[in-house]
Design a binder for this molecule. Sequence first.
Ligand SMILES: C[S@@+](CC[C@H](N)C(=O)[O-])C[C@H]1O[C@@H](n2cnc3c(N)ncnc32)[C@H](O)[C@@H]1O
Length: 144
Amino acid sequence: MIPIVYDQINGWGKDDDFFLSLLKEINAKRIADLGCGTGRLTIHFAQKGYQITAIDPNQEAINSAKRKEFADKVTWIVGDSGDLKPEAYDVVIMTANVAQVFLTGESWRQVIADAYRALHQGGHFIFDTRNPLAKEWEEWRYNP
Ligand SMILES: C[S@@+](CC[C@H](N)C(=O)[O-])C[C@H]1O[C@@H](n2cnc3c(N)ncnc32)[C@H](O)[C@@H]1O
């Protein structure tokens, strides 16, 4: 990921409205944004007053996130799900296809176990994923 390019091509979407409405609906307060990237959505969470910890293994993305307005309201961590604090959050959220980075059953089980460990009882693990039935790759074109 190249942070400045990522932010230019990934604007606000309907899915982001959905995430915000879901957080409101479940009355979340403490959120871990796992795979936060450039803080594209994290910053909106912070702006809305949520208590946010944002984690991503990409140091460059975190550096870029930290330069944004409201970044001082966020606890930023360069790391992964193993860095989530135990029983600390109402929600662990992974947005914009972070789930797609876990390519093996083992890595997926690990992230689920870490998210479970990090949530309060009754907490929520929220994530999106592409729908393989849509076969989006059949629409991909190389246009030099
Ligand atoms: C498509 S970006 C999504 C960024 C952000 N959530 C958003 O809504 O714009 C995927 C992110 O997953 C991060 N990532 C890669 N491996 C990861 C891992 N093992 N744990 C958590 N995040 C990871 C990448 O560094 C990248 O920032």
